[in-house]
Design a protein. Structure first.
Length: 195
DNA sequence: ATGAAGATGAAT
DNA sequence: TTCATCTTCATC
């Protein structure tokens, strides 16, 4: 699927893996998405859980907009709002492969980012810092300046895994990664060794 | 009004 | 493992 509007209008569990490989740019800085997570209304871990109120109202709005929130008082995190208006679903963009605007990213990411390109965008907070995404982008469409989502140029093999940092709803394999990408925030969970 | 928790990241 | 730091939501 190369039509963004149709993609984000669909079921978030389909949209999330399909977004892997799309290039995300903010003012021309970014690269292909390699890791996302899906969140939906019936999911205790989702900001939209329990209905539309306050800031999360954007998750219930029209698909294709950016839902940005503050994490741990420090980081910004970027989501792509999905599904029809009235449904509170979104895809958290967790990591991308740094491809365009490398020097800008390194400057924004400071010490850690300067020494290893894998530390530029591997994590939702790192990614927004590298791309300069903040509260100012909350509610902006992802298909118009300063934000862009460009269809993949090649095929990506996508792997499903459990989400990260979730305490309220465990087990759902709603984290989607580009297989073998060195730019994901964390490798796929390996089977737990027996005691 | 006030407080605790949280879809994180960096340093120790 | 600790801690930075702030919005949202629950409770008083």
């Amino acid at each position: 699927m190369t039509d963004l509007a149709a993609l984000v209008a669909g079921n978030v569990l389909d949209a999330a893996p399909a977004l892997v490989g799309w290039t995300l740019l903010a003012d021309g800085v970014g690269g292909p998405i390699v890791e996302v997570e899906a969140y939906r209304e019936d999911d205790p871990a989702s900001h939209s859980f329990g209905g539309r109120r306050g800031r999360n109202a954007l998750m219930f709005g029209p698909p294709g907009l950016a839902y940005v929130y503050r994490s741990y008082g420090i980081h910004w995190c970027l989501n792509v709002v999905c599904e029809a208006e009235g449904r509170g679903a979104a895809v958290l963009v967790r990591a991308l492969e740094p491809a365009q605007g490398l020097e800008v990213m390194r400057a924004r990411r400071g010490r850690a980012g300067a020494r290893d390109d894998r530390l530029l965008c591997s994590g939702p907070g790192r990614l927004t810092q590298a791309l300069g995404v903040t509260n100012a982008h909350h509610g902006l469409p992802l298909d118009r300046s300063p934000l862009q989502l460009i269809p993949p140029e090649r095929r990506y093999d996508v792997v499903a895994d459990t989400r990260i940092g979730i305490t309220k709803a465990v087990g759902q394999p709603w984290r989607f990664l580009a297989a073998d990408s060195p730019y994901v925030s964390r490798p796929v969970t390996t089977a737990r060794r027996r005691p």
